[in-house]
Ligand binder design. Sequence first.
Ligand SMILES: Nc1ncnc2c1ncn2[C@@H]1O[C@H](COP(=O)(O)OP(=O)(O)O)[C@@H](O)[C@H]1O
Ligand SMILES: [Mg+2]
Length: 141
Amino acid sequence: MQCEHLRVGLSLSLTDELLPVKADSILIQQVVMNLVINGIEAMTPDGRGERHIMIMTHQVDQWVEVSVHDSGVGIANEKLINLFEPFFTTKMDGTGLGLSICRDIVEEHGGRIWIEQRSEGGSVFYFSLPILDKEGAFDQA
Ligand SMILES: Nc1ncnc2c1ncn2[C@@H]1O[C@H](COP(=O)(O)OP(=O)(O)O)[C@@H](O)[C@H]1O
Ligand SMILES: [Mg+2]
């Protein structure tokens, strides 16, 4: 990702331990890339203000939660319900498919995806994936 060219800082905060999940890595990479690109596109182009993306992973019970935090303009409350619908876009050249594809991919993996507004501005998109138990089966009890 050419973050330097885009003048966007990228930081990572990942769990110390690698958490085993059953996932198609290409598809999950696509989810993360969609969220990162949306975050960058939500930043003002004039170079003012913070331009930062942070990717975090956490373990929450039997789930790994991945979050992508951006310092963009955030999302108006009335748009929140439509965000994941196919063809919903606020961009001149947007397809409106990115988040709907993300949701399909995450749900096919047995996880879910959601958004939280940051009080200090910007958005946080989260998605979860079930951690495999020792026998390699999903453990969602
Ligand atoms: N990180 C974000 N910050 C602000 N708005 C966002 C963010 N991610 C998505 N959105 C809003 O959700 C809409 C749908 O996103 P998406 O499905 O990726 O389609 P597209 O990027 O083609 O518009 C965007 O047009 C934008 O209005
Ligand atoms: Mg998009």
